[in-house]
Design a protein around this ligand. Structure first.
Ligand SMILES: Nc1nc2c(ncn2[C@@H]2O[C@H](COP(=O)(O)OP(=O)(O)O)[C@@H](O)[C@H]2O)c(=O)[nH]1
Ligand SMILES: [Mg+2]
Length: 291
């Protein structure tokens, strides 16, 4: 009898040690995912042929919040979204077109998620790949994850100018912050909520927002990684990217972040950087408006 009581006592002790270990061990990535809200932010500008499919393809098994920013579309994009009954979708409307960066920022202001994902509305990105994109954040291996067509695959010809531009930006990022992002113009990304405030503060409204987002996150010494994605070709419509405008805009923000990187220039620029920023914007605005 006493032997039995002693054995039971040993089992009880073992169980309580196991519970103690469970309490002290970090939660698994599945547990963390189960407790996380994911905000999917989708900038939209005249994509009536693809937006509905993009939303319907977002996996339905996590805590997802879908936010679409209609950036002054003049086609039936918004009507197409309203046809979807199976999902709860927040639509933010810009009366006039403000640009890709401005649209993302409007979406970020409304996002409640622990992790924020952005993806294009032209159906080039695969919504089914969202779980892969957020996994490194759930595992706490990265703060910002970029979906890369170069690590994965793409079934169309990328213009030489785009490849060359990405190579230049990749080299600048490597030189400035020692981090490598090959597909630095990718709009398929996921990041931690604590980066939101800095990303809302960026005042780049156009396509160059993508580059400034990387500069900002790296300047904060946060971890950026790329994961492979499959990029489809655009089936409907055409790309709205104005090469001349985006090149100037990217160059100007790389110059500003470079100057800001070094103590002496940062000290000097602390006084004049707002003015320099304004002057550069006026010059770029003049050139791009006249082009
Ligand atoms: N909100 C907003 N989105 C835009 C604008 N221009 C393009 N987009 C969206 O940004 C995404 C990428 O644009 P796209 O022209 O396909 O660029 P590319 O894929 O880099 O050639 C697409 O989902 C577009 O609908 C804009 O002015 N405002
Ligand atoms: Mg596209």
């Amino acid at each position: 009898m006493t032997e039995k009581i002693a054995m039971n006592y040993q089992i009880l002790q073992k169980n309580s040690t196991l519970q103690e270990e469970e309490r002290n061990s970090p939660p698994s990535s599945q547990d963390r995912l189960a407790n996380s809200l994911i905000s999917i932010v989708i900038p939209l500008f005249n994509e009536e042929n693809s937006i509905k499919k993009v939303i319907e393809r977002i996996p339905n098994h996590y805590h997802y919040e879908i936010i679409v920013i209609d950036d002054g579309s003049t086609d039936n994009s918004v009507m197409k979204i309203k046809e979807i009954n199976s999902r709860i979708i927040t639509i933010i409307s810009h009366e006039k077109n403000k640009g890709y960066g401005a649209a993302l920022q409007s979406g970020f202001r409304k996002a409640n998620g622990d992790i924020i994902v952005t993806l294009d509305s032209d159906s080039q990105h695969k919504p089914e790949e969202i779980p892969n994109l957020i996994e490194p954040i759930i595992r706490n291996e990265a703060d910002l994850v970029i979906g890369s067509r170069y690590l994965g695959s793409y079934n169309y010809k990328i213009p030489l100018f785009t490849k060359f531009g990405e190579l230049i930006v990749k080299t600048c990022l490597k030189q400035l912050y020692g981090q490598v992002v090959g597909n630095n113009q990718s709009g398929f990304r996921a990041f931690k909520r604590d980066l939101l405030t800095s990303l809302i503060e960026i005042d780049n409204n156009g396509m160059a927002y993508t580059t400034e987002l990387l500069l900002k996150v790296m300047e904060k010494k946060r971890r950026v990684i790329e994961i492979p994605i499959i990029l489809d070709s655009r089936i409907y419509g055409s790309s709205d990217v104005k090469l001349f405008k985006i090149t100037l805009s990217i160059l100007s923000c790389i110059i500003i972040y470079s100057l800001n990187r070094f103590t002496i220039t940062r000290f000097v620029l602390k006084k004049i950087i707002p003015k320099l920023n304004t002057v550069l914007k006026i010059i770029i605005g003049q050139i791009t408006n006249s082009s």
